[in-house]
Design a protein around this ligand. Structure first.
Ligand code: AP5
Length: 212
């Protein structure tokens, strides 16, 4: 399964709920890249400046990382992809890669949210660097300011969640990623859901549409 949507649409939020339902891993290209940046691996060092500017990381850096992750045994019963592919060229690469692994994408869910709401969500987003839990300063604040409810760690703001970078990311989405909707619509595996409202209602909507 693949989740597509602009930055802040709730792909990560929904993927975390769906992975518990389907018992398959959530594979976020952004998380893989952020882990590489944190480890200061060769990929991470090169990817960092693209991510800070809100630009796409070059395919040559990313595809190997995704391929390695999809080849791991926990993906053999399926996976939830979030953030990859983001271009038609990446979608073609994914098709080839999944073919080599004797599998294919069975459904693609697009989450739609108006731009004003995306900017509000991303500029207020805070994350736990330890357990990955997500919060929002107004919409979903932690019980104790700046601390994770689940593990007590100090919450952080992502480097690319500042307004100028958010706008750059939204423009990249419209230019590079939105054409993928038509690409997957033609393959008859695209479902479209509204991403505004209660997170659990959106989750139930996705489950209903994918026939789970
Ligand atoms: P990535 O990490 O994939 O970021 P993104 O696509 O910009 O998406 P986000 O993680 O910001 O948003 P989301 O849709 O997951 O929303 P979330 O659930 O967190 O990519 C980062 C960078 O890595 C890219 O810019 C690029 O440089 C690089 N990269 C990654 N993949 C690449 C690729 N394939 N090719 C090249 N480069 C790549 O929710 C957001 C906020 O909203 C949270 O605070 C959450 O609590 C809140 N929220 C969620 N749902 C709701 C709701 N229903 N109502 C109210 N608030 C909600």
């Amino acid at each position: 399964m693949l989740l597509i949507g602009p930055p802040g649409a709730g792909k990560g939020t929904q993927a975390k709920l769906l992975q518990r339902h389907f018992h398959v891993p959530h594979i976020s290209s952004g998380d893989l890249l952020r882990a590489a940046v944190q480890q200061q691996s060769a990929v991470g060092i090169e990817a960092q400046s693209f991510m800070q500017r809100g630009e796409l990381v070059p395919d040559g850096l990313l595809i190997h990382v995704v391929e390695e992750r999809l080849s791991q045994p926990d993906c053999s019963n399926g996976f939830i992809l979030d953030g990859f592919p983001r271009t038609i060229a990446q979608a073609e690469t994914l098709r080839t890669l999944l073919g080599r692994l004797h599998t294919s994408l069975d459904n693609v869910t697009s989450i739609k949210v108006p731009q004003k709401e995306l900017i509000r969500r991303l500029s207020g987003r805070r994350q736990c660097p330890e357990c990955g839990s997500a919060y929002h300063v107004e919409l979903d604040p932690p019980k104790k300011a700046e601390l994770c409810d689940k593990c007590g760690s100090k919450l952080i703001q992502r480097e690319d969640d500042h307004e100028a970078t958010i706008v750059a990311r939204l423009n990249v989405y419209e230019r590079e990623t939105a054409p993928l909707l038509e690409y997957y619509r033609k393959s008859n595996i695209l479902h479209e859901v509204g991403g505004v409202g209660n997170q659990n209602d959106i989750y139930q909507d996705i489950l209903g549409r994918v026939g789970a």
